[in-house]
Design a protein around this ligand. Sequence first.
Ligand code: APR
Length: 255
Amino acid sequence: MSYPFNREQEIEACAAFLQSASKIAVLSGAGISTESGIPDFRSSNGLWQKEEVREAITRSCFSRQPERFYYYFSQLFLSWTDIKPNQGHLALADLENEQGKWVGIATQNIDGLHQVAGSKQVIELHGNLRHAVCQKCGTAKVMNGIKEKLENKMIPLCDCGGILKPKVVLFGDPLDMQEFRKAQIWMAQADLIFCLGTSLTVTPANTLLQHRRHDSKLVIINLEATPYDREADYVFHAKVGEILPVIVQKSQTGD
Ligand code: APR
C-alpha cells in the first residue's frame, strides 16, 4: 500500500521497479481503451449502465433471441471499426520492443488494440472481435467478412446455415482454460505486475492476482478505487494514458 506522498516520487519509484524488473505481467481492462474512444462497462457512462445492452450481450440472449443479441452487438462492433491504440497501449509495446523487457499481457478486452500497438505476448481472456464461429459446424469466419451482414441488420450465417457467434466470452460462456492457465503462470513468474484500467471486479480474471509472488510489486492505474488497492505497492487513480507513458519514459531515460 503506498502512502499519499508526492506523485512525482511515486512515479520515480515505479520507474525504478520497471528498470529492475525482469518479467512484467499486465492485467488490463476496458479502462485502457477508453482513451481510444471505446466506452468501458461499469463507469457512470459505461456500456452496462444500459440494462437493455447488458441483458442482450449474453450467451442466453444469443441462444434464445439472436436477432436481439445482434441488434445491440452490431451497434457496438460497427462503432469500433476505426479504433486505434492510445499512449497506454503504445507504452506497453515500447517496454517490449524498445527496452527488450519480457511483458506478458492478460487482457479482458476484445478490441485487439494491444496487438495493434505492437505487444507480442497477449492473452485475450474474453476472446476477440477478429473471428466468429459457426454454432452448428464450428467453422471460424473472419468478423470483417460479415460486417456487411451486420450493417444490413442481418444475422450472420455460415454456409452450412448455422448461426455465427463472435469469438468473445459472453456472460454464461466458459473461458479458454488453457489460455487462462498460461496467464496464471505469467502472474506467478512476474516480479512486477501492472493492473491497468480495470475495476478488478470480474472473476475469474481478477483471481489472477492471487497467483502473484509474495515478493512481486503490484502497481494499479485505474480512475476509480479497486478491491485490490490496499494490496498494491502504488495506486494511481488517474488515466492510464497519462501515467504509464511517464513511468516507462522515466525508466528508460531516468529523467
Ligand atoms: N484510465 C484508467 N482507468 C480508466 C480509464 C482510463 N483512461 N477509463 C476508465 N477507467 C477505469 C474505470 O474507472 C473502471 O474502474 O477502468 C475501469 C473499467 O472497469 P470495467 O468497466 O468494469 O471494465 P473491466 O474491468 O475491463 O470489466 C471486466 O467485465 O463485463 C465484463 O467482459 C466484460 O471484460 C469485461 C469485464
